[in-house]
Design a protein around this ligand. Structure first.
Ligand code: ADP
Ligand code: ADP
Length: 226
């Protein structure tokens, strides 16, 4: 359902050329949980931004359900590392989750249902009226996940979403993400530099090498049964 074909990205900054992605080809099937792992600078964020239509590739294509991605595609939702910056501080938790649903043009009743289901799914049913700054970092990241899930994306993209939280919170959030994937069957692409996290979470691990960036390995993991 997601195909990345001969993707290449070169940034030109202050007369310097940086090849962020050399030549990457892989595809993800519907319902899959794939981790993309690689060292810092391997081009992981760039790859994710190309998938999300936020960065234009220098060459190659991203194809979602047969259609080339040329701008922000409606079927993708992204959870970034900096939860503090991805939520709007002057909006309540509920309003933050509702905003993309409004942009989608959904009617009020359906939005309300999706918002409360998503809050329940991340165990924040009572936090709808709170403001993000009243919540801990881990809770804010739960809100970001709820917002992404409420959007009912074809693909959930996560960019090192738990790199900035403490170990216990991170373990809780990892379990939450895995549970959401199992329960909802959302196709999930999870980017991390942490090989342990990638092997723990994903049923597939795509390993990127740095300079020149390419797919070094692509392995299947047998996940423990529920
Ligand atoms: P990763 O997420 O694996 O750390 P990135 O995609 O962030 O890798 O970066 C890959 C390379 O591209 C790095 O060398 C980085 O410095 C460079 N890079 C990333 N974004 C830009 C940009 N906007 N302009 C110039 N170079 C960039
Ligand atoms: P606009 O006025 O341009 O429609 P909004 O004020 O509705 O924008 O949204 C502000 C910003 O929030 C936009 O840059 C948009 O890209 C971003 N945004 C919307 N939905 C999401 C989401 N699900 N995750 C992260 N950012 C989002």
């Amino acid at each position: 359902m997601v195909e990345v074909r001969n993707l290449k990205k070169v940034y030109e900054a202050q007369g310097r050329r940086v090849e962020a992605i050399g030549n990457i080809t892989f595809s993800i099937s519907r319902g899959e949980f794939a981790c993309i792992v690689g060292p810092s600078g391997a081009g992981k964020t760039t790859l994710l931004k190309c998938l999300a239509g936020l960065v234009t590739p220098t060459a190659g294509d991203v194809v979602l359900d047969g259609d080339p991605v040329t701008g922000p595609p409606r079927g993708m939702a992204v959870v970034f590392q900096e939860y503090g910056r991805s939520l709007f501080p002057w909006k309540t938790v509920q309003q933050n989750i509702d905003l993309p649903l409004r942009q989608k043009g959904l009617p009020r009743a359906e939005r309300d249902r999706l918002v409360s289901e998503a809050l329940a799914a991340v165990s924040l049913a009572d936090a709808g009226r709170a403001y993000p700054w009243q919540l801990s970092g881990g809770m804010q990241q739960r809100v970001a996940i709820a917002r992404a899930v409420a959007y009912e994306p074809h693909v959930l993209l996560m960019d090192e979403p738990f790199a900035a939280v403490d170990a216990q919170t991170r373990a809780d959030l990892e379990d939450l993400v895995r549970k959401l994937w199992r329960d909802l069957g959302i196709t999930t692409l999870f980017v991390t530099h942490d090989i342990d996290e990638s092997v723990y979470l994903g049923e597939r691990v795509i390993v990127l090498s740095a300079s020149p960036t390419h797919v070094l390995d692509d392995v299947r993991i047998d996940l423990p049964a529920e």
